[in-house]
Design a protein around this ligand. Structure first.
Ligand code: S3P
Length: 439
């Protein structure tokens, strides 16, 4: 049975949790390690389907990988070291990050490779990466900008100047990966987005220069420098922690501590937005690990939630958390407004539209446009009816957000596509059961 039934609200829990490893860092660690000329080790690697697909793609490209629970060892092949047969087919599954970033590494692989993905990924835009990567010298044949696509790399790539204007870390990182193996200086002017790739390059002492401006960064990379060993303990994913942060804030008489969460400012949009909405989250044990900021977070039930006219400057740092933020706005004491969010409809499913669908189902008035949503909050929201959630594209974040809504707003829920949690957060339901169990 691939659905979950929830008929009871949760309240009164006081617990502490560890969350799975960060998805963005797990994928980046694996891809970058494949380019190292050394053996690389990681612990607390997220072993979700997106990362398993990453490791399978790398294995097909000739990379030797050992996994033991959440420990993983990759024998890097060095720059341009992939070794594979012509017309190799790589499957990125559901993962936009894998599909887009790996293309950056394939720009230099001369034998044809076909890249495909699942139903959801095959609906997403790949022109955003094939266009800049072509300029390095690779040839692409896409299905009208989508997957499946064919790439034929070049052994003679040239550096490019690229303006990344969507605020997409995937586009920025794909170009940064391509620059690694290109003689000369690649220059990227990038609208602000998560900066894990930059921090990893800096930690590895690769030749990267970053000039931070108010709304964008200038990133300069000189390629062809050998990549040393990348040993990494992956911190917990704030995008996964977010489900439990919002669950606690919206539940009565509850308190939760979540340990070792990534609080890189390019990821903490949700914390800034919730703070403006009056939700208090305490950060403790703040430290920096290989360039990434990490902390323990303590969240308490929130008595009163303020509506928000959400500043767009938080959009990119909260991009994966908006479905949850819309639930918080549903319980606010007034009207909230979120704008400039067209990128949300480019995710695993059109999430701005799905945000509105979930709100409609729980009886919260909202006005949706192509890039914005106005939400008429109700602090006394109490759902009393039967609700069925079945997203055509089986979006993991639609499933997990619906679970949070069911547990905090009440009603009789039947939430489909339970298996989708395997994409990013395999232990999600185990953790929900742990919070629901009487302590
Ligand atoms: C990611 C970047 C974001 C985010 C995705 C992970 C990454 O996508 O939504 O879940 O790891 O670089 P975009 O770069 O398309 O905004």
């Amino acid at each position: 049975m691939d659905f979950l039934i929830i008929r009871k609200k949760i309240h009164g829990f006081k617990k502490s949790l560890n969350i799975d490893g960060d998805k963005s860092l797990s994928i980046r660690w694996a891809l970058l390690s494949s380019q190292s000329s050394k053996k690389c080790k990681s612990s607390n690697l997220l072993l979700s389907e997106d990362i398993i697909n990453t490791l399978n793609c790398l294995k097909k490209l000739g990379v030797k990988i050992k996994i033991n629970n959440n420990f993983c060892e990759i024998d890097g092949l060095g720059l341009n070291g992939f070794n594979y047969k012509k017309n190799l087919v790589l499957n990125a599954g559901n993962s936009g990050t894998l599909g887009r970033l790996i293309l950056g590494l394939l720009v230099h692989s001369e034998k044809n490779i076909i890249l495909k993905g699942d139903k959801s990924l095959s609906k997403r835009d790949f022109y955003r990466v094939s266009e800049p990567l072509k300029r390095f010298g690779a040839k692409f044949k896409t299905n009208h900008g989508k997957l499946p696509l064919k790439i034929k790399g070049t052994n003679n790539s040239v550096p490019i100047s690229f303006y990344e204007n969507k605020g997409s870390a995937q586009c920025k990182s794909a170009v940064m990966f391509a620059a690694l193996n290109t003689f000369g200086e690649t220059v990227i002017k990038a609208k602000k987005s998560r900066d894990h790739t930059e921090l990893l390059f800096k930690y590895l002492k690769l030749p990267i220069k970053i000039l931070k401006k108010k709304n964008y960064d200038i990133i300069k990379i000189r390629g062809k420098k050998k990549i040393p060993a990348l040993n990494y303990k992956i911190p917990s994913d704030i995008s996964s922690a977010a489900f439990f942060i919002v669950l606690t804030a919206l539940s009565k008489k509850s308190k939760l501590k979540i340990k070792n969460v990534i609080i890189n400012p390019s990821r903490t949009g949700i914390l800034s937005i919730l703070k403006l909405m009056g939700i208090k989250i305490l950060k403790s044990n703040i430290r920096v690990y290989k360039g990434e900021k990490i902390a323990d977070l303590t969240i308490k039930s929130s008595q009163k939630i303020n509506p928000i006219n959400c500043p767009s400057k938080f959009n990119s740092a909260a991009i994966d958390e908006f479905l949850l933020i819309f639930l918080v706005a549903a319980k606010a004491n007034g009207v909230s407004y979120f704008k400039n969010l067209s990128e949300l409809n480019q995710k695993e499913s059109p999430r701005l539209i799905w945000g509105s669908k979930i709100l409609n189902k729980i009886g919260i008035k909202n006005i949706l446009t192509k890039n914005s949503i106005k939400i008429f909050g109700n602090p006394n929201i109490d759902v009393n009816k039967k609700i069925i959630i079945k997203s055509f594209l089986k979006d993991h974040r639609v499933f997990m957000t619906s679970v949070v809504a069911a547990l905090t707003f009440g009603g009789k829920w039947q939430i489909h596509d339970k298996d989708s949690v395997k994409t990013s957060f395999p232990s999600f339901l185990k953790k929900i059961r742990y919070l629901c169990a009487k302590s």
